[in-house]
Design a protein around this ligand. Sequence first.
Ligand SMILES: [Fe+2]
Ligand SMILES: [Fe+2]
Length: 362
Amino acid sequence: MNTAVQDSGTKDNDWKVTMNPDEVYRNPMSIAWTFKYVMPGDKVEDLYKRAKQNQWDSDEYLPWDTEVDPSKPLLTTGSSMYHRMPFFQKLSQTQREAFTAHSTAQLMSQFLHGEQGAVMTAACVTHSVPDINAKLYAATQTMDEARHVEVFAKYCEKVAIVYPMAKGLKGVIDATLKSDRFEKVMIGMNMIVESMALGSFNNVYRTTQCELLKKLMFGVMRDESRHVTFGHTYLGPLFAKMHPDDLEDCAEFAFQAVSMMWRRPGAATTTDSVDKGFLEVLENSNIDPADFFKGMKEAAEQGITQELPPGQIHSLNDLMMPALARVGLFTPTIRKKYDEAGITIFEDQRVLEAMEGGNPVA
Ligand SMILES: [Fe+2]
Ligand SMILES: [Fe+2]
């Protein structure tokens, strides 16, 4: 273990990701054999079949020769709150272009790091889940995530910068990998992180002007749609039969993970409350963070908010919360905790239903 590497997986004071094995920790998971090989003909088996049919090879599927100019916007900027802030309009064109390029690179980097986390959680479910259908399905997901790491790593190479993994995302994936049962691994990854990812991938897919990124996003999004479905399809019936104490334990784990991902509206208006990577984005764009956050506060006071244009998904409200509701993870005890934390529970299933099963159509 490289002791010079901090918990974030990056060198201290260095935004570039190291290429060394950065962290080692143990998880307390049990490994489960099963000798019952008969597949049950259920929804999980159906997902496994679709996963086999829908594998894709990025070498053949994606137009890798597409030129990517990181200085040009890869995503439509009109919908971004930053571009509507009066402060932002006062910046020079060079600063605005640099901010657009670096903030996009920071987003792509989160996708890349998150996918590596997903390779490990899917492998973890493969060895710890006791049913043969889920074991085989999780193995296909492990391969899906390997392909996702490959394509995001290649795309980040074209963008030419890799930003560090955001603390919140790293925290949730680490808590998931360190948990003691496969149900929690599936809550943390398939229900929480992958709901966030599926919504973000959909939004990038709908707003990107880069032909390569659009096709890449579509392929990844279709796989993620299966992964999210696996979470609630497999866990729902298990939770329905689970001892109430164990269910409460899983509900508490979900609450803690949601709390790590949730941001109080308007909270990111100081240098202390945003991720270090975002400060690097500002620095690389030659924008003073104090001016930037003052500008954000002023914009919020003028009612300029991060509205989602039509076709875009709010990952937390439209996917993550409805998935947790569907499997019964909002117990009466845990509802009080969400209430006290000021986190609203959304239970409307419509967007989740449209996005699941391997054919995302929302
Ligand atoms: Fe993935
Ligand atoms: Fe995934």
